[in-house]
Design a protein around this ligand. Sequence first.
Ligand code: MN
Length: 229
Amino acid sequence: MPESRLKQSILVVFSFGFISFSVNFMEKIKTFTLPKLPYDYNALAPYISEQQLKLHHDKHHQAYVNAANAAFEKLDKAHSENTDIDVKAISKELAFNVGGHLLHSIFWENMAPAGKGGGGQPGGAVADVINMGFGSFERFKKEFTMAAASTEGSGWAALVAHPCIGRPLIMQIEKHNVNVFPAFHILMVLDVWEHAYYVDYKNERPKFIEAFWNVVNWDRVNKNLSLVK
Ligand code: MN
């Protein structure tokens, strides 16, 4: 391990939506790994087919993991050899690929097989927060659907919250990292990159968005909300 990877022994807790993890900087800084899906590849069918999900998870998500790790390696090499690095270029690479990895990690978790944890209407605190912020679940669903449908190019719709403002918001993320409100917690996301739906729905993004509501894991969204402090 390069000396530069040894940092002060400070326990830091990072929180990004449901992902909370502790890092002891005396330990080797970890690289990303592709998380396993919390269900089988065919479990979200017919709303998301096995072929679509496998491609999305195994190929696309993996590519962001690999690219983020490659960027970390580039940084480490420059640090250990004390050579120059194109900071602007690597910052863009990191924002895109780290964002891609984390968003996909949240996305897989905020879905569940229809009727087995997926679909229906939210309960618990999420129901209250949605009613408070949007007036009704139907109204929220409409606005979230519009955000997902109107994302230009490749991007995401996200339901987010932060204690700095006593209301939930919908964030329309372009790519993985544009239009993001810093430090807001992501409660749920929907990937509307073409790679997320093209096998199943071709160019018909609205049909994919409609199908998504059948597999939303509201228990997980509630858990994500409970982490917002
Ligand atoms: Mn994707």
